[in-house]
Design a protein around this ligand. Structure first.
Ligand SMILES: C[S@@+](CC[C@H](N)C(=O)[O-])C[C@H]1O[C@@H](n2cnc3c(N)ncnc32)[C@H](O)[C@@H]1O
Length: 300
C-alpha cells in the first residue's frame, strides 16, 4: 500500500486528511534536489506545489512509469535538469512579510542609518524580489522615513530575480488583495490605487516605483556590479540552497557589502558561521558587516 504524509486541517468537529506527497515523491526530491544545489528541508513546506508541477511535466513527457522513469530520463537527457530546476522555483511572497521585522527596520535601524549617511547614494538590494512585494515594501518604508533622509542622499533599490515571469509582474506593480494582508488600512489607501477599478487588485502608486530598478539575475551565476548599504536576501539562499552553496554565495557576496552595512535574511533562516558578520538584533534576522579589519584574511 502507498503511504502518504498527512496534514490535519481542523474543521468544526473533524479532521480532514489531505495527502501531500507519497514516499516515492519525497524520495525523488531527496535524490534530485541536492544534485541541483538545493536542500530538501527547505522544500518540505512548498513540496506540494513543486510535486504538482513535476507530475504535470512527467505527463507532458508521457512518462507513465513514475519517478523511477523520470530519474532515468534525467540521466539520459541532462538538459532536463534545467527544466526541473525551473519547476522547483518557489515564488511565494507578500508585502511586509514578517511584519515585526519591517517595523524594526522602520522604527529602529533605518532612521540612524539614513541620518548617518553622507550625500551620495544609499544602495539597497532585494535579492530574489519575486513579484515585487519586497522592494515595494522597502520603497514604502523609505517614503515613511522621508524626513530622516539627509539632503543630497539618493535612495536606490535594485530588485533582482532569475525568473522573468515574476519580474514582468513586479514591473506592473499589480497585486491581489491577499498580497497586502500585512498592510495597514492607511498603507493600503496611501500607497495603492483604488482596487475598485482593477477587479479587486491593488496597484502600487507610481511615485513609489521611482527608486526601484528591476533586473534579471541568477545569483548563482553573478552578483550586481555595486556595493550596497542594505541587502535583503530572504527566503531564498538560506532556505533552499545546500550549506556548501550558501557558503560559496557568502564569499561572493562579501565584497558587495560596505563595512557597517546590514544583511537581512528570512525569519526562519540561519546563517552559516562566519566571522565578518555580527548580529545586529537579538530578535530579528539582521546582521551587520563588522567594520574591524581582523576578519579580512579569513572569510568563513
Ligand atoms: C520564496 S521567494 C522569496 C521572495 C522574497 N524575498 C520574500 O522573502 O518574500 C524566492 C524568490 O527567489 C527567486 N530565485 C530563486 N532562485 C534564484 C536564483 N538562483 N537567483 C535569483 N533569484 C532566484 C525566485 O524566482 C523567487 O522569486
Amino acid at each position: 500500500m502507498k503511504s502518504h504524509s498527512i496534514e490535519f486541517v481542523p474543521s468544526f468537529f473533524q479532521f480532514i486528511f489531505i495527502p501531500l506527497s507519497s514516499d516515492n515523491e519525497i524520495q525523488f526530491l531527496q535524490w534530485a534536489l541536492p544534485r541541483m544545489g538545493y536542500s530538501w528541508p527547505g522544500f518540505r513546506k512548498p513540496r506540494g506545489q513543486v510535486l504538482k508541477r513535476i507530475r504535470s511535466r512527467m505527463h507532458e513527457l508521457s512518462l507513465s512509469g513514475g519517478y523511477e522513469e523520470y530519474k532515468a530520463y534525467l540521466e539520459e537527457h541532462p538538459a532536463e535538469w534545467n527544466h526541473l530546476d525551473r519547476l522547483c522555483n518557489v515564488t511565494i511572497s507578500k508585502f511586509f512579510r514578517d511584519r515585526k521585522l519591517w517595523n524594526f527596520l522602520r522604527d529602529e535601524l533605518l532612521p540612524g542609518q539614513l541620518q548617518g549617511s553622507h550625500a551620495g547614494t544609499f544602495n539597497i538590494w532585494s535579492a530574489g524580489c519575486c513579484n515585487g512585494e519586497e522592494p515595494y515594501s522597502i520603497a514604502i518604508i523609505i517614503e515613511q522615513l522621508s524626513k530622516e533622509i539627509p539632503a543630497g542622499l539618493d535612495i536606490s533599490i535594485l530588485a533582482t530575480d532569475r525568473d522573468p515571469k515574476v519580474l514582468k509582474r513586479a514591473r506592473k506593480g499589480r497585486f491581489p488583495a491577499g498580497a497586502l494582508k500585512e498592510c495597514t488600512d492607511s498603507e493600503r489607501i496611501l500607497y495603492f490605487q483604488n482596487s475598485e477599478t482593477t477587479d479587486g487588485d491593488y496597484t502600487i502608486k507610481e511615485h513609489l516605483t521611482r527608486h526601484i530598478e528591476f533586473e534579471q539575475r541568477d545569483l548563482t551565476k553573478s552578483l550586481p556590479d555595486r556595493v550596497f548599504d542594505l541587502v535583503f536576501c530572504r527566503n531564498l539562499v538560506f532556505t533552499y540552497f545546500t550549506k556548501e552553496r550558501q557558503q560559496e554565495f557568502l564569499i561572493r557576496l562579501r565584497p558587495k557589502l560596505k563595512p557597517g552595512c546590514h544583511l537581512i535574511i528570512g525569519s526562519n533562516e540561519d546563517l552559516p558561521v562566519i566571522n565578518w558578520l555580527e548580529k545586529a538584533s537579538n530578535t530579528h534576522p539582521v546582521f551587520r558587516v563588522r567594520s574591524d579589519r581582523e576578519h579580512d584574511t579569513n572569510y568563513l
